[in-house]
Structures are given as structure tokens and as C-alpha cells.
Design a protein around this ligand. Structure first.
Ligand code: ADP
Ligand code: MG
Length: 483
């Protein structure tokens, strides 16, 4: 039986949510509001309207191109991709197809997949406009033009991905890049990320670097969730394996992912491929991308997740795992950095954020931006611990109480509930308890070691939990040894 190697290439579309306006019109770039409210005549394809290129969209696209180690074009222009579909009233999409006009060509992405570092080559990244969105009902469909003209970045990889796991790790990495670079929220739940997945199988014994050894690919169009990408790949690998095992040949065709049945379904074969009749968009003059502008953009590339992760491990002494949890979402990493900035110890802050805070966000299903406790408030709790006013248990109680009552933690921290860390006072309490427990002491001395916890419990009971636990144990051992 032949062993197969899957070759997977992705065409990842990401809406750039961080520009104020659309890519060729002055309509606001906000399509989650009421349908058809952020629309200009251009977005509706009215005759006589002319596109104006959004400089910020080009700037961010060029920044993405640099992060992906692509080369940038000297000149830029756009092209028309002609087709008819109700979501595109102009009957063409303005895009970039012919090299070297895209915002970037020939780069690479390094990303973590489990414990491994993987590399995927980038064929190109280009800037285009999104189509309107269609809502299908029983017998009618509604069109929302809010999405028409939203800037869209399309990243085309070489088929260097080999499994569903790698594909998802790649997409998660790219989502993080877009978020950290301020290009997009890259929220797949909002439909901001959509992928075409190309898959083929080849004989695993043959040389992968020679394209002649690659198998025939199928293309799965418009998969709109990471889970969908994972399942579609796994399904398609299985389907193609079966075709090949039975002596058949994989046809080059376009398929779609059907979420409901969990299968891919044939749409059309390559022979029926659409001819888009590309030509240069005549209403957008070719414009120069100067070296000065590129240098300026290069200087503004922000610190990305991988850089922050390295910093957390080397400068803050965090484990690679904790650092990974912290940088996964930019907003959480920003929150963590703010904690360190206000003076919380980096390790202590990491522990609070990754355990208590992320736990609370998950439980309440809210984002860190909606979370009540600010880094400054968290510091009040940490100071309480450091000053001996709170045990770690009490600190957690204060944390939850502050969230529940929406009052700053300092309101719940006072000298009254301070931990008892005074050695003489603790010794006095412990001696009194032991004096009143002769039979338990006898049993303890007779070998019932677990009675030690009973004594600790008695101390906690009589101090209402305020006794410093470490000191309590120390003194108990001393006093019991004396008897
Ligand atoms: P098209 O315009 O027909 O979609 P492209 O050359 O733009 O073709 O390729 C689209 C995607 O298909 C790219 O991501 C590329 O890596 C991928 N691809 C090309 N050949 C194969 C193959 N044999 N197996 C898997 N993916 C492939
Ligand atoms: Mg394609």
C-alpha cells in the first residue's frame, strides 16, 4: 500500500477591519451594524462612480507583506476580475492578480505547531475588495451591501502544509499577526477570515520539492471557520486516499465544504473553470510605492506575538507554556504588560492572568476589555498579599467580591482581616489549643500523623482563617516536639 503525503496550499482571505473607510469608497468600514447603512453609490455599482484607493489600506497591506518577508512592488495598480453574482453589482471585483503588482510576492511564514517550528512559503499577498453578503431565506435572499468594498487581504501559500493540524496552526499564527499588527481583528466568528483550501496527495517516498511529483489537487472554496478547515482537510484526505487506493484518479475540481453533512461536495471541474477575463482597472491610475514610504512603514511594524513570547521567557522568566497562553490574544497580552508596568511582579502577574483572569473570562464569556478588574486594581490585591493583609485564599475572595460588587478591591482590604503573622501571638493561640487537646496529642504521638492537619484546622478555626499557614505549621511542629 502506498503511503501518501498531503500537500495543502491555502488562500486565506482576511477582512481588514482596522481602516476607517472602505478600500475604494468613503463608506464606513463597519458592516456589523444595521444592513445597508454603510453604503456609498460606488459600493452599489452605480454608473459614473469612480474608485479612490484608501491609502491606509495600502499601508497596512504593505506592512503585512513586510511581516511575511515578501518583496514589495515598485508600482501598484489593480485589475478587474469579471463575473456575475448578486453580491457584486459592478459585475467585477477590483483585485490584484498579475505579478508583480500584488502588495507582496514570495515570502515565508515561520510558525509554531505544537512544539515544532514550521515554515510555509508565501506565493503572494494581495489587496482586493470584499463582496456584499447574502442572507438566504426559504424562498428569498437578502443582500447587505455593508460588506461590499471592505478591504480584503488575500494570502496565497505554496502547498507546504501537510495536515489539518498544521493548517490550523498556520491560520492561528496569521490571525495573531493581523491582530498584533493592527491590520484586523481577524475574528473568524464574525466571518472576517475565509479560506480556500487546496489539497492533493503524493507518494510519500518521492521528492516533495519537485512539483512533478505532486498529485492532482482539489480546491475547497470558502471555508469560514478554523474548525471547518480542519474537518474539510481531514475529510478530503480520506476521500482522496480512498479514490487512489481503489485505483482511481483524483479529478482537478472545485468543491465546497458542507458543514451539516461534514463532507466536501463537488461544484465544478477544472474544465468548467470560470474565465474571469482579467484586465487592468482603468479607473485607478498606476501609482508608485516609494522606498521612503516603505522605510517609514517598516519602522512602524509593532512587536508581534512571537517577539513578546520570547521576551516573557527570557526577561520575565515565564515558562514557554504560560508565555504562549498570554500572547495568544493581543488584548490579554496588552493587559498583562500593563500589569507589569504598574509594578506587579512579572511571574505573579502571569499567574493571576493565566489562571484567575482567563478563567473568569471563559466562565463569563466576556473579553478582557469587558472585564471589571483593571491592572491597577489587581495591584491593590497583590499589594495586600505582599503587605501581609491577605492570605492567598483571601486574595481570591477579594478578587471575586470586587467583580461581583463592582467595587475596587481596596474597599475589601483592611487591617482587620490581616493575616496573623506575629510569632508570639500565633504561639500563644497554638499552646492554648494544644493544652486543651491532651487525647489528640497522645494519639498523634502514638503514630496518627494525620492529626497534624486537625491541629492546623483548630488554629484556623480559632483565628477565622487568618493565621499565616506557613508559620502555623512551623510553630505547631516546634510545640508538638516539646510535648
Ligand atoms: P488557481 O488560480 O487555479 O487557484 P493557483 O496557482 O493560484 O491556482 O494556486 C492556488 C493554490 O493552490 C495555492 O495555494 C497553491 O499552493 C495551491 N496548490 C497548487 N498546486 C497544488 C497541489 N498540487 N496540491 C495542493 N495545493 C496546490
Ligand atoms: Mg484558487
Amino acid at each position: 500500500m502506498t503511503k501518501y503525503l498531503a500537500k495543502i496550499g491555502l488562500e486565506m482571505h482576511c477582512e481588514m477591519s482596522e481602516t476607517n473607510t472602505k478600500v475604494f469608497s468613503a463608506a464606513r468600514n463597519e458592516y456589523s451594524e444595521s444592513p445597508n447603512t454603510n453604503v456609498r453609490p460606488l459600493d452599489m455599482g452605480f454608473p459614473g462612480t469612480l474608485p479612490v484607493v484608501n491609502k491606509e489600506a495600502v499601508r497596512l497591506a504593505l506592512m503585512a507583506s513586510m511581516i511575511l518577508k515578501c518583496s514589495q512592488p515598485e508600482y501598484m495598480y489593480f485589475e478587474r476580475k469579471n463575473y456575475y453574482y448578486p453580491d457584486m453589482p459592478k459585475n467585477f471585483q477590483i483585485t490584484q492578480e498579475t505579478k508583480p503588482i500584488p502588495v507582496g510576492i514570495y515570502g515565508e511564514v515561520l510558525f509554531e505547531c505544537g512544539d515544532e517550528l514550521k515554515k510555509v512559503r508565501v506565493n503572494n499577498i494581495h489587496l482586493e475588495e470584499d463582496a456584499a453578503s447574502l442572507d438566504h431565506f426559504f424562498s428569498t435572499s437578502n443582500i447587505d451591501y455593508n460588506r461590499a468594498g471592505v478591504p480584503l487581504l488575500e494570502l496565497v501559500t505554496e502547498p507546504d502544509i501537510h495536515s489539518a493540524k498544521e493548517a490550523v496552526a498556520f491560520l492561528e499564527h496569521m490571525r495573531s499577526v493581523y491582530q498584533y499588527a493592527g491590520i484586523s481583528e481577524a475574528d473568524s466568528k464574525k466571518g472576517q477570515i475565509r479560506c480556500d483550501v487546496n489539497i492533493s496527495l503524493m507518494d510519500a517516498e518521492l521528492d516533495e520539492s519537485n512539483p512533478e511529483n505532486w498529485g492532482t489537487r482539489t480546491e475547497i472554496k470558502n471555508v469560514n471557520s478554523f474548525g471547518g478547515v480542519r474537518d474539510a482537510i481531514n475529510y478530503e484526505i480520506e476521500r482522496q486516499t480512498e479514490v487512489l487506493e481503489n485505483g482511481g484518479i483524483v479529478e482537478q475540481e472545485t468543491r465546497r465544504w458542507d458543514e451539516e453533512s461534514g463532507t466536501t461536495i463537488r461544484m465544478r471541474s477544472k474544465a468548467d473553470a470560470i474565465d474571469y477575463k482579467y484586465f487592468v482597472e482603468p479607473n485607478i491610475p498606476k501609482f508608485r510605492i516609494t522606498e521612503e514610504w516603505l522605510d517609514e512603514i517598516r519602522k512602524t511594524i509593532p512587536e508581534l506575538a512571537m517577539d513578546r513570547k520570547k521576551k516573557y521567557v527570557s526577561d520575565y522568566g515565564l515558562s514557554s507554556y504560560d508565555a504562549g497562553v498570554l500572547v495568544k490574544e493581543k488584548a490579554i497580552s496588552d493587559y498583562y504588560e500593563e500589569c507589569v508596568k504598574v509594578g506587579i511582579d512579572a511571574k505573579v502577574a502571569a499567574n493571576w492572568v493565566t489562571v484567575n483572569i482567563v478563567g473568569e473570562l471563559n466562565k463569563e464569556n466576556i473579553t478582557i476589555k469587558e472585564f471589571y478588574i483593571t491592572p491597577v486594581m489587581l495591584k491593590q490585591i497583590i499589594d495586600g498579599i505582599n503587605e501581609g493583609l491577605l492570605s492567598s485564599k483571601q486574595a481570591k475572595e477579594v478578587f471575586f467580591k470586587a467583580i461581583e460588587e463592582r467595587k475596587e478591591p481596596k474597599n475589601f482590604i483592611s487591617k482587620d482581616n490581616a493575616q496573623i503573622s506575629d510569632k508570639d501571638e500565633l504561639a500563644r493561640i497554638i499552646v492554648e489549643i494544644l493544652d486543651n487537646s491532651p487525647s489528640q496529642i497522645e494519639q498523634y504521638k502514638g503514630g496518627r500523623d494525620n492529626l497534624f492537619d486537625y491541629f492546623v484546622g483548630q488554629v484556623m478555626k480559632s483565628t477565622r482563617g487568618k493565621a499565616n499557614p506557613v508559620m502555623t505549621k512551623e510553630i505547631l511542629h516546634e510545640e508538638l516536639d516539646k510535648r
